[in-house]
Write a protein that binds this ligand. Structure first.
Ligand code: ZN
Length: 495
């Protein structure tokens, strides 16, 4: 038990130590050596961005309009359970400081709390008007398009200070060229409703006609089974967008326990979900993320990724047998467009472990073969500072005459969160006895995954909970021990 409570402090010390060791084993000479360029192929330092984050095949966003209480009380906990972050398009004038407020509408503190958890808060206008019927107006004239779009953004930015409020959803999905052009003055993208996925590349004014898929439930809805055909419909739609590499945006308004559905519909709510239905959709989407098929992210995150992805340029500053330096720029506003791009960078054929530095970020990467090139997959922020990659000579440690402590790397498990199984990868630099054990938050041992001597190399072990019914959802720790060295990492089981 004590072991786990001391973990945070311990991990900090461990991490510092690990970085120090990594830097020690890494050639940090910045001068470069022109002769070495002869030893590397022309393609070393080649830089390419994956179509979607983490090299997934397609993108998916959850979006919710109208800032209802049930979005905080019901939708938020369901999304959070799977680590999903949604986009919530709010109506600033309908949000109050505390309950009871306007019937069914939430409060500012609810949406502030969601923003802190990583959900996106976008704008749905001030008063939910029929925008195409309004005068163009200006930002100071109430009741005009400009006022509705500008002031909703300003009020949200005042309250949600950790985000820039960069996306908009048209009330009633109504918009035309004039509305679109005003939206383009204040937002990076704006969403309507058409039932179609979006193509992987979006340009110009297409950003102000993003498509979304709304589930329209046909009556009667007397039992949960009555809603299952709509669930199949959305699953099929997402599956077809995976094949095409598209970006689907799901749209809904409210969600309540199935028992409360009839009352809410009678009160005039528009196509509410049941919590059970949303839970089933999330479980299905989660399984697709496990297979690397879907990247789930808020609308604004995908907007940033696509705009950066389609406008970056890179400049190879230097490349030799030990290091590569690149500069990546997107010529977009760095205050907003600082989202990491999943990038493949070609490295020399003999690189295995790679240390990556950009700004104050540090990461260790493993090189692998892709399309007959040796590459690393790195998260790179355009205009986030010079990107430096260093070959790590971990396997040469044993050949060194000096007595250097044994070293190893414990990677983050994947997938994470997981259900029912996850993979843990680790690297061993010299022959030694390795143990990997899993603990719950109380420090009880849950599983012993590895307990044997290992040769130098990279290994992977599976932690499968499907045969253990006692183990429940929550945080677990996995700990690698070798001699007197210990590394512990955290993972999340979602059942
Ligand atoms: Zn609405």
């Amino acid at each position: 038990m004590l072991e786990i409570f001391a973990l945070r402090k311990y991990l900090t010390i461990r991490l510092t130590f690990l970085i120090a060791i990594l830097l020690f084993f890494t050639n940090l000479s910045f001068g470069g050596n022109g002769d070495n360029l002869n030893n590397t192929s022309d393609s070393v330092g080649n830089f390419q961005v994956a179509e979607w984050k983490s090299d997934r095949k397609s993108a998916f966003s959850f979006s919710f309009d109208d800032s209802f209480i049930s979005q905080f009380e019901n939708i938020r906990p369901i999304l959070n359970q799977f680590g999903f972050r949604g986009t919530f398009y709010v109506l600033p004038l309908f949000l109050t400081e505390e309950l009871p407020g306007i019937w069914r509408y939430g409060t500012w503190p609810m949406f502030e709390a969601m923003a802190l958890e990583g959900h996106e808060i976008g704008s749905h206008s001030m008063t939910h008007p029929h925008l195409p019927e309004l005068e163009t107006g200006d930002t100071l004239t109430e009741g005009t398009i400009s006022y509705e779009l500008y002031w909703s953004r300003q009020l949200i930015r005042q309250r949600i200070t950790t985000q820039a409020c960069i996306t908009f959803a048209y009330p009633y999905a109504e918009h035309n060229e004039i509305v679109d052009s005003i939206a383009s003055l204040y937002y990076e993208s704006a969403r309507g409703v058409t039932g179609e996925p979006n193509p992987p590349s979006i340009t110009g004014m297409q950003w102000y006609s993003l498509n979304a898929i709304e589930t329209i439930f046909d009556e009667p809805r007397n039992t949960p089974e009555d809603d299952l055909d709509e669930l199949e419909f959305i699953k099929n739609l997402i599956d077809s967008s995976i094949i095409k590499g598209d970006w689907s945006i799901f749209l809904a308004h409210e969600s309540v326990p199935y028992d409360s559905l009839a009352g809410l519909i009678a009160a005039g709510a528009w196509n509410p979900l049941s919590n059970q239905w949303l839970q089933a959709l999330c479980e299905w989407v989660y399984n697709r993320t496990e297979n690397n098929e879907i990247w789930v992210a808020p609308v604004g995150f995908v907007t940033r990724y696509v705009k950066e992805r389609d406008s970056y340029t890179y400049n190879l500053l230097m490349a030799d047998e030990d290091q590569i330096k690149l500069n990546v720029t997107d010529n977009l506003d760095d205050e907003i467009f600082n989202y990491p791009l999943t990038s493949f960078i070609t490295v020399p054929a003999d690189w295995n472990f790679v240390l990556m530095l950009q700004g104050d970020r540090i990461d260790t990467l493993t090189a692998f073969n892709k399309d007959s090139s040796r590459v690393v997959m790195a998260e790179v922020i355009p205009d986030g500072g010079i990107l430096s990659l260093y070959k790590m000579n971990i396997t040469s440690v044993e050949n060194d005459g000096n007595k250097i402590p044994d070293e190893f790397i414990l990677y983050q498990n994947y997938p994470n969160p997981f259900n029912p199984s996850t993979n843990i990868r680790y690297a061993v630099s010299s022959r030694q006895f390795i143990s990997i054990r899993v603990y719950d938050v109380l420090g009880n041992e849950v599983a012993a995954l590895v307990n044997e001597e290992k040769q130098p190399g990279i290994y992977e072990v599976e932690f499968n909970t499907s045969r253990n019914n006692v183990i429940s959802s929550g945080v677990y720790f996995y700990q690698l021990r070798a001699g007197n060295q210990i590394i512990t990492k955290k993972m999340l089981l979602v059942r």
